[in-house]
Ligand binder design. Structure first.
Ligand SMILES: [Zn+2]
Ligand SMILES: [Zn+2]
Length: 147
């Protein structure tokens, strides 16, 4: 049986479940900074995330041609980032979930957009937006080859 992690928004209406091993990353991009008011600490789970309650209270804002950012329409909690056309939640906010102690940050991304007034104490690789876009292009090319 795979590990399950419970999560919820501030008011508790939206309930989520992360399945499988969690992986954490910090995103410093300017969109995440505006979305949260601070950098995003995002969690992806090996076997994905399911919404188990409150799905009808979730609203999503389409923040780019390819993605939307979802929030609870009652309490405003930021919930997850979703690639349009995908049936999977791409990543959700780590702070929603009860996660075990000892997890390490896997990587910090879009570090060239990071303001200099904060810094996290991690040993994680720090990727720039150029490196991230290179990765997305590679990923898209692979997807097309699989079609
Ligand atoms: Zn809520
Ligand atoms: Zn971001």
């Amino acid at each position: 049986m795979s590990e399950t992690y419970q999560g919820h928004c501030l008011c508790g209406t939206v309930q989520l479940q992360g399945h499988g091993a969690p992986k954490l990353e910090i995103c410093h991009c300017s969109m995440c900074l505006h979305w949260h008011g601070s950098p995003a600490i995002a969690a992806t789970f090996e076997n994905g995330v399911k919404i188990t309650a409150g799905a009808d209270k979730i609203r999503a804002y389409q923040s780019s041609d390819w993605a939307e950012r979802a929030f609870c329409s009652i309490c405003g909690t930021t919930l997850y980032y979703h690639l349009i056309g995908s049936d999977q939640i791409h990543s959700s906010q780590a702070g929603l979930f009860e996660l075990p102690d000892g997890l390490k940050i896997h990587e910090e991304i879009f570090v060239d957009e990071q303001p200099d007034y904060y810094r996290f104490d991690t040993d994680a690789p720090r990727l720039t937006s150029a490196q991230m876009f290179e990765r997305f292009e590679k990923y898209q090319a692979e997807q097309q080859n699989n079609d």
